[in-house]
Design a protein around this ligand. Structure first.
Ligand SMILES: [Zn+2]
Ligand SMILES: [Zn+2]
Length: 87
C-alpha cells in the first residue's frame, strides 16, 4: 500500500507514485486541472490556460531556478517534509 502523493493543493489532485516531477516533493498551488483562481500576488484572475503576469518572469528559467524561487518565497508548503518555513 502506498500513500497517494498530493500533487496540487488547489484542487487536491494526487498521483499514486512519484513521476520525477517537482510535485513529488512539493505540491503545486495549482495545476492544469484546477478551475480559474485569483492570484494571491497580483490579484488577477489566473488559470492554467491564461496565467497571470506573475508567471511571465519564469519563462526561460531553469526548473531548478524556479524551485529555488518558490522555496525562498515559501510559495510551496513544506509541511509535508516536516519543515514549516517560518509560518
Ligand atoms: Zn489542481
Ligand atoms: Zn499573479
Amino acid at each position: 500500500m502506498s500513500t497517494p502523493i498530493l500533487a496540487c493543493k488547489g484542487c487536491g489532485a494526487t498521483k499514486p507514485e512519484p513521476d520525477t516531477t517537482p510535485t513529488d516533493l512539493f505540491p503545486s498551488e495549482h495545476c492544469g486541472e484546477c478551475p480559474p483562481w485569483t492570484c494571491g500576488d497580483c490579484g488577477e484572475q489566473c488559470s492554467a490556460a491564461a496565467l497571470c503576469s506573475c508567471w511571465i518572469r519564469f519563462n526561460g528559467m531553469a526548473l531548478a531556478d524556479i524551485k529555488a524561487v518558490f522555496a525562498a518565497d515559501g510559495f510551496f508548503s513544506l509541511g509535508g517534509l516536516g519543515t514549516t518555513g517560518g509560518e
